[in-house]
Design a protein. Sequence first.
Length: 112
Amino acid sequence: MPKYIAQSLTIGGQSFNGLLDPSLADANGNITIGAIISRVLIVLIPIAGVILLFVLIWGGYDFMMSQGNAEKVKSAQAKITAGLIGFILLILSFFIVRLIAKIFGLDNTGLF
């Protein structure tokens, strides 16, 4: 594998590896799509969790500041409901991806 694709960075003795890190390669030296997807999901799932937290905080804030206004309460409840549905979808998507990886033998990357 060409070294210009490796994407490795060392800061203060701590090493950070990119999507195409050679340690993700299989026995033939090829980086599989499963390894790349696994690496991307490690970044995306926590980001989605942080966004979810902000949506729930925003909905809670709107609910507290609604002052009994029915329209504002309804809007805040919709935000909280959307946040909870997003949380359920986030958890389900994580487990579905793990299940698919297990079924198709893509879980050998050690990232899950």
